[in-house]
Unconditional design. Structure first.
Length: 122
């Protein structure tokens, strides 16, 4: 029950930043909620971008407040779900989308095609 309550706190966009920072070292499911939270500070997103748990990195890649340099770094993550979220993130730079357009994973390549920032061939 405690994890459920903590998850609700971690995922709430009204949770104060200092609480999110403290919870960012909790179990992976709490770190995942923090990685997805739109109120999570950039420095915490940067820290979570190197998390050992791919689910956490996946949600850092999805967060619209993740810095571009972190998106670039995560675009080469070994986990295809992380790369898929990078390909879907509207803040991913065009050069990264171009690189991901030749990704070994079909779903990543397809996500690149769906990203509105991907240059289209005429």
């Amino acid at each position: 029950m405690t994890t459920y309550i903590t998850w609700n706190i971690a995922s709430n966009p009204n949770t104060p930043v200092d609480v999110l920072e403290k919870l960012s070292t909790d179990v992976w499911v709490i770190r995942l909620a923090i990685a997805e939270n739109s109120n999570t500070p950039v420095d915490v997103l940067v820290k979570l971008s190197t998390d050992e748990e791919s689910y956490v990195r996946k949600f850092v890649a999805k967060n619209p407040h993740t810095p571009v340099d972190v998106l670039v770094k995560l675009s080469t993550d070994e986990n295809s779900s992380v790369r898929w979220n990078i390909a879907n993130n509207p803040n991913t730079p065009v050069n990264v989308l171009v690189n991901l357009s030749t990704d070994e994973d079909y779903d990543v390549r397809r996500a690149v095609d769906w990203n509105p920032n991907t240059p289209k061939c005429e």
